[in-house]
Design a binder for this molecule. Structure first.
Ligand SMILES: O=C(O)CCC(=O)C(=O)O
Ligand SMILES: [Fe+2]
Length: 444
């Protein structure tokens, strides 16, 4: 990239969370930062505009589908129905749930205490064998997600497992592991049992939310009162935990959500992805609890601010994505939530490039003040000379704007190491911070 650069200057404040990020970043990659640096700015007009945009990391809604009669089969054994599952049969076949601590898969009941059945051990069919009803239930969830968390994407649910938590069962804070580049969400649906405790908690940008997963009664004139499951979906990079169950048994189906960009279809002359997203949101907003923020005014404020920065001479304006991604998923087609909506809008006005990002701290030798720099993450094959102590080049006409609500600072799990529902053996599923790099369109 052809941009001006200057040597390091020092006038920023020390930032506690940034130090954490830098430590984790190094832990993740065991590399030093690359030589080309973007100066990190905080509390700018652009960071404020981005903070106003921050959305919610999850949705929950009642399924309108009649799930009551779904039959459950475990390794061919009858295990009741969604309405009345046979807990004993399910437990008989279940195995203890491990989790991932760094590269290891471990069993540690102080962190996770529960058992599970894998997807290939389970089957569903309606009494009378109309299996298509179960498939319709799944398709209904996919459709809801394509109008909320994954606007305009083609969404596929894949059953991952059934988690069983008896009394004392729980799972501490973790992020779910991803199983493919397109895997961006988790869906949970509780079966109809009675339990107390066992709340699901989600944590995003430091805010914790409790979700009630108990099936609820729905009143309908046509079909009378009906018990319906609550569907909870969240992005895979959302930290979550299951509080200890104090009574009864909690049975939860867990699905992986794969989302990829939809093939272009015929669009009318007034079509824009944002208009389409907002139209769909208005339709579902009344039924769905929370969803990404797609307020046009808030999105426009980000566009206006970037344009102003460009006009003032900051040709390269960068900021972090709201979510974390595996490295191979830092691509337009895999963006989720507000990241996806914002990219679509910015792309109409600017040249936008996505790239994994590392933030590094540099200590000023005299005053012992830390300064922070954002770097496009490059592997050692891409930039082999990086670690050999070449000077840092700071782009003069560029800035990296770091909002409060940025997942890049949320990589700080309690002990700084990966804690997931699975181990990370070859590292391809690691979560990275990433950024959007926005410059004026070359023809403007
Ligand atoms: O049972 C639940 O509600 C979630 C379990 C979970 O987070 C997991 O197994 O990864
Ligand atoms: Fe999980």
């Amino acid at each position: 990239m052809d941009v001006d650069s200057s040597s390091v200057s020092s006038n920023s404040e020390p930032e506690h969370e940034l130090s954490i990020y830098e430590r984790i970043g190094e832990h993740l990659d065991s590399i030093s930062c690359s030589t080309e640096a973007y100066k990190v700015l905080r509390q700018t007009k652009l960071t404020q505009a981005l903070d106003n945009l921050a959305g919610s990391p999850f949705v929950s809604f009642k399924s309108r589908w009649d799930t009551a009669p779904f039959k459950l089969l475990v390794k061919g054994d009858d295990a009741g129905t969604w309405f009345k599952p046979d807990v004993e049969v399910l437990q008989k076949h279940a195995t203890p749930s491990p989790f991932g601590r760094g590269e290891e898969t471990v069993l540690d009941p102080t962190y996770r205490n529960g058992t599970e059945l894998k997807a290939d051990e389970l089957a569903f069919s309606l009494q009378g064998d109309k299996k298509s009803h179960y498939i319709s239930f799944v398709i209904h969830i996919q459709d809801e997600l394509a109008t909320s968390m994954f606007v305009g994407k083609s969404v596929t649910l894949k059953l991952y497992k059934l988690a069983i938590y008896g009394e004392g069962g729980h799972f501490d804070w973790h992020r779910d592991s991803t199983h493919s580049d397109a895997h961006h969400g988790t869906v949970l649906v509780a079966l109809n049992t009675e339990w107390e405790g066992g709340d699901l908690m989600l944590r995003h940008q430091g805010v914790e939310t409790v979700v009630n997963m108990h099936p609820t009664i729905s009143h309908s004139k046509k079909s009378g009162d009906q018990l319906q499951p609550v569907v909870v979906a969240f992005y895979t990079d959302t930290e979550h935990k299951v509080m200890p169950v104090t009574k009864g048994t909690r049975l939860v189906l867990q699905y992986d959500v794969e989302a990829v960009e939809q093939a272009p279809r015929y669009r009318g002359p007034s079509y824009t992805p944002l208009r389409e997203a907002v139209r769909r949101h208005q339709y579902i907003a009344s039924r769905i609890n929370t969803y990404p923020n797609l307020d046009q005014k808030v999105l426009q404020a980000v566009v206006d601010e970037i344009r102003e920065l460009h006009e003032k001479g900051s040709t390269f304006v960068a900021f972090p994505l709201t979510h974390l991604y595996r490295k191979a998923s830092v691509k337009k087609e895999y963006l989720k939530g507000t990241d996806s909506a914002l990219f679509d809008v910015l792309e109409n006005h600017f040249n936008v490039v996505l790239h994994p990002v590392l933030i590094c701290a540099v200590e000023d030798g005299w005053e012992r003040r830390e300064e922070f720099f954002a770097h496009k993450y490059k592997s050692s094959e891409e930039e082999p000379s990086r670690a050999k102590g070449r000077g840092r080049r700071v782009f003069k006409n560029a800035s990296f704007h770091l909002p409060q609500a940025s997942a890049i600072l949320q990589l700080s799990l309690p002990n700084g190491a990966h804690l997931g529902n699975e181990a990370q053996v070859n590292g391809e599923a690691r979560y990275y911070g990433a950024g959007m790099f926005v410059e004026p369109k070359s023809d403007e």
